[in-house]
Design a protein around this ligand. Structure first.
Ligand code: ATP
Ligand code: MG
Length: 392
């Protein structure tokens, strides 16, 4: 029997006049994600998107759709010409298939929607008729309208739809509906999650990574590529910028107090990301900082780091606990890669006692000993750029 995937998108539907814009973005994301599959048909109707998957593997398609931001839930529905006997038969098959797969299902409920007002039965009548038929033709299962183990959905529109499952999407807004930001991506647990959260709100992401070659090696680079690939499976094409921070770290090491190393290099990172970001039409920076997680993330440090740039810095993890960040990292699939060992550029000149309560005037005085602008230009001139796209 023919199957169609029903895509629901909640929040976008609330966007008033912008609704069409957001729907258009979502449709183009879906089209892109399925572009290698022939004969797929995508159409909009009833404030939803329908994906006619032809003979393609349902699981493969739903796995891809689940990663598209803006989708609240999916259902794989059987679709056929409207006919009450056929509806009952298909609903029964659906229920039996589900019970065969999961023997803990003991109660059910039928929920109906009548989109075609010419259809003679109203929604409650459809539910009652179908429900009675299911009860008569099954054993050991009863109706529970309040808390059923399974819901059989019946929709009567220009055609009939029967389905029983709603697969959760991540929600959010479709990519490309909300500008672009530069993510500072280390090899750690936090920054990929931060980038994912911002991308989920429809923001396109570029990535910047700082290394200290030859102190840091190929492995660190591979890790950043792997993390970018995982992000790209949600965000599409990602432009990755590598910056060798070593010349700057050497200068700081030579001319400034050792304990200011981290704060000063973070300020440089922000300035470099801002400059490259501006040139690439980014309007914000994104970091994985979270209050109090490490010495450089006290409120005072964050203040001093923040002051280095004019561009807003988005810190979606700012008030999250580490366990919750870790759980999210596991859910989105970045955790396993993030915990692989690697050399971080920040450990190269790591001071024994970094300042945890830096004072802005003191940091600015130290920074004044450096030729900030030409150092920044020097490392940007040697920047390497790579395009990451898992859909290639
Ligand atoms: P993460 O898990 O993201 O590495 P963290 O808890 O280790 O974060 P820090 O090392 O203090 O925290 O880094 C804070 C933020 O600064 C990171 O989340 C990231 O956005 C940015 N950052 C740190 N190091 C780098 C780097 N080498 N390249 C790019 N961004 C970096
Ligand atoms: Mg880190």
């Amino acid at each position: 029997m023919k199957k169609v995937i029903i895509v629901r998108y909640g929040e976008i539907a609330l966007k008033g006049l912008n609704k069409r814009f957001f729907e258009g973005k979502l449709v183009s994301q879906i089209r892109h994600a399925l572009s290698d599959l022939k004969e797929i048909r995508i159409y909009k109707a009833h404030s939803r998107i329908y994906v006619d998957i032809a003979d393609h593997d349902v699981r493969d398609v739903t796995d891809r759709l689940k990663k598209i931001f803006g989708i609240v839930s999916l259902s794989v529905a059987k679709i056929f010409d409207v006919d009450m006997d056929k509806i009952k038969e298909v609903a029964l098959r659906e229920l039996k298939d589900r019970i065969a797969y999961d023997s803990s299902i003991k109660t059910f409920k039928v929920e109906s929607r009548r989109g075609d007002k010419k259809f003679p039965l109203q929604s409650p009548e459809i539910s009652r008729d179908v429900g009675a038929y299911l009860l008569k033709n099954t054993d050991n299962i009863s109706v529970d309208v309040h808390n059923p183990d399974i819901i059989i959905y019946v929709e009567v529109r220009d055609r009939a739809f029967v389905f029983s499952d709603k697969i959760d999407g991540f929600g959010g807004l479709p990519l490309g509906s909300n500008g672009k930001a530069m993510l500072l991506l280390s090899g750690g647990i936090d920054s990929p999650v931060a980038g994912w959260l911002v991308a989920k709100r429809g923001v396109e992401i570029e990535v910047m990574h700082f290394h200290s070659y030859p102190f840091t090696g190929e492995r660190a680079k591979e890790k950043v590529i792997d993390l970018s690939k995982i992000l790209s499976s949600y965000c599409g094409k990602i432009k990755l910028h590598y910056i060798n921070l070593l010349p700057i770290q050497k200068e700081i090491n030579e001319k400034c107090p050792a304990e200011e190393m981290i704060v000063l290099s973070r300020r440089f990172m922000m300035k470099i990301a801002e400059k490259v970001g501006k040139a690439n039409k980014c309007d914000a920076l994104v970091t994985g900082e979270s209050i109090g997680q490490v010495a450089s993330q006290t409120v005072k440090s964050l203040y001093v780091i923040n002051e280095s740039v004019e561009m807003p810095i988005f810190r979606p993890l700012i008030a999250m606990d580490k366990v919750d960040i870790v759980n999210l990292a596991k859910e989105i699939g970045t955790y396993e890669t993030s915990i692989l060992p690697f050399e971080d550029c920040c450990t190269v000149f790591l001071p024994k006692h970094p300042v945890t309560q830096p004072k802005l005037d003191k940091i600015l005085k130290s920074e004044a000993k450096l030729d900030v602008d030409s150092l920044i230009d020097e490392v940007i001139n040697k920047m390497e750029v790579e395009i990451i796209d898992v859909s290639d």
